[in-house]
Write a protein that binds this ligand. Structure first.
Ligand code: ADP
Length: 491
């Protein structure tokens, strides 16, 4: 029971917070405002018209009565009181006539008998004193019938001062049964009930409409819930041209990007483990062979050299992986400063000289004009070193690698050119991809002391160049050599 109530409460809360409900509520509130203004306008104008008509009718009657009484002697009338016979006063059924003196005392009355004429007269005198132009008053009064029974009835009263020879003698009050108040009440009731009914219909209609409008959102949410990390191939595939179809397409595009990112990530992890497995296998084999029996010292030495080369290779690989991971996660924060590009190239050149000597490659330096670029010195050194190292690694002994710098328009262009084996044209477009190697066998050179690669060097180079808002280009001809050109904007 409690859980049932709890789930009902939850559903109610969810409904209250739903866009459907809020939309409907706003819609109803705005409609209520419009209806309120409209009804008030109708009520005020209609009431005014009704009152105007009723007052006009009463005034006509009043003029008639005044005309009749105009012939009477006011002085005499005042003293004589009700010497005017009821039948002779032109009153209709339910009408009443009251004469009051200036103090508000009733001098005479004809027609329907109201139980408390003084109160009516008091109200009229008060109105007249507050607003001299308005001497009309409407109220519900008790009428005493012939059987002495009082029945309440709505009356409209009009009052006029009686002046004789410039002297105020009193007031003439005439009252006529009026349905003004009941008409007002009926009008108010109709407008109120009508508005309420319209609001109720609008609320239900609004709920239905917003429910229909929100249906695709629910469908999107359900479909999105079924898409998991391992199921990124699924799409919402919601057709149509409306905003929600647009949203679904955006969502699908986002999932496609996520899928590509996940795929890249998976490939990266698989490639990384594969790359680490090769040196580990070699180390295991070498160690197992060395331990399998008594061997000459030279063989132990050779085994240790292989282990050293492979652990060096793993260290480089792990370093490259860490660099890429930092770059991907945005942790590789570049410290931009004004850097002399020639200085950086020279430092990379010096760093690579021992390797070039070891591999019997002629590492040459060309023109190095002073060209200032904005960049991170350490990353720029790493970028040039990678390019020079590749030249040294992939060229055979006797070849040359040349580094030079030149100014091209408003760019500093650094060229690393070698006279090595070159790269076949079909590999050039994917050369900067992670773990991409042209010739795996050639790249994995497990000769002790010789450099080897895992296909990460150029992707790091490309990342650094682009982070410096630069461009990188490669030209290569098989058998002749390779030429890398990095252009960075000058400061
Ligand atoms: P690695 O770490 O294996 O050197 P890179 O990303 O630096 O990976 O290079 C990718 C591939 O491009 C290498 O496997 C190599 O085959 C080729 N390559 C790069 N530079 C040269 C070059 N100067 N001459 C010939 N081939 C090169």
């Amino acid at each position: 029971m409690t859980t049932w109530l709890g789930s009902l409460g939850d559903r109610w809360l969810t409904f209250m917070h739903s866009i459907r409900f809020r939309l409907t509520l706003w819609f109803v509130l705005i409609l209520a405002l419009v209806l309120g203004v409209f009804s008030t306008f109708i009520y005020v104008t209609q009431t005014r018209n009704l009152r105007f008509d009723a007052v006009a009718r009463l005034q006509a009657k009043f003029v008639q009565v005044q005309g009749y009484l105009g012939g009477a002697e006011w002085e005499h009338f005042e003293i004589a009181g009700n010497d005017v016979s009821e039948a002779s006063v032109p009153l209709q059924g339910g009408d009443l006539l009251i004469l009051v003196d200036t103090g508000g005392s009733v001098l005479g009355r004809w027609g329907a008998a109201i139980s408390d004429p003084k109160a009516v007269v008091g109200a009229l005198v008060t109105t007249a004193s507050q607003q001299p132009d308005a001497s009309v008053h409407e109220s519900t009064v008790a009428i005493v019938g012939k059987d002495k029974q009082a029945t309440s009835s709505d009356y409209l009263f009009i009052m006029s001062p009686m002046v004789h020879d410039g002297r105020l003698l009193g007031y003439l009050v005439i009252g006529s049964q009026s349905d003004l108040l009941s008409q007002q009440r009926r009008l108010g009731l109709s407008l109120g009930l009508g508005s309420l009914a319209m609001l109720a219909i609008a609320f239900l209609g609004g709920l239905w409409l917003s429910d229909r409008a929100m249906r695709p959102v629910t469908a999107i949410a359900r479909a999105a819930q079924t898409i998991s990390e391992s199921d990124l191939g699924r799409r919402l595939d919601i057709g149509g041209r409306d905003e929600l179809a647009d949203l679904a397409r955006t969502f699908d595009a986002m999932i496609a990007r996520l899928q590509a990112a996940f795929d890249r990530q998976r490939r990266f992890v698989a490639d990384a483990s594969h790359e680490l497995r090769t040196p580990l296998t070699i180390i295991n084999l070498e160690v197992a062979r060395a331990l399998s029996g008594q061997r000459p010292v030279s063989e132990y030495r050779r085994a240790m050299e292989v282990v050293d080369a492979e652990s060096g290779r793993m260290t480089r690989l792990v370093n490259d992986l860490m660099t890429l991971a930092r770059m991907d996660s945005g942790q590789a924060i570049l410290k931009f400063e004004a850097v002399d590009f020639s200085d950086v190239a020279l430092e990379a050149f010096e760093r690579m000289t021992p390797l070039a000597q070891q591999r019997q490659i002629a590492l040459e330096i060309g023109e190095l004009p002073e060209l200032k670029v904005s960049g991170d010195r350490q990353y720029l050194i790493q970028m040039i070193s990678n390019l020079i190292e590749n030249g040294i690694k992939y060229c055979d002994a006797g070849a040359s690698v040349r580094v030079e710098l030149l100014k091209k328009e408003n760019q500093a262009m650094m060229r690393v050119a070698d006279t090595g084996p070159g790269i076949p044209a079909e590999h050039l477009s994917t050369l900067f991809d992670r773990f991409y190697r042209v010739d795996t066998a050639r790249s994995h050179n497990d000769q002790p002391g010789s450099p080897s690669g895992s296909g990460l060097g150029l992707s790091i180079v490309s990342w650094i160049v682009h982070a410096h808002r630069g461009t990188i280009r490669v030209e290569s001809e098989v058998g002749k050599g390779t030429n890398f050109e990095v252009a960075l904007p000058l400061t």
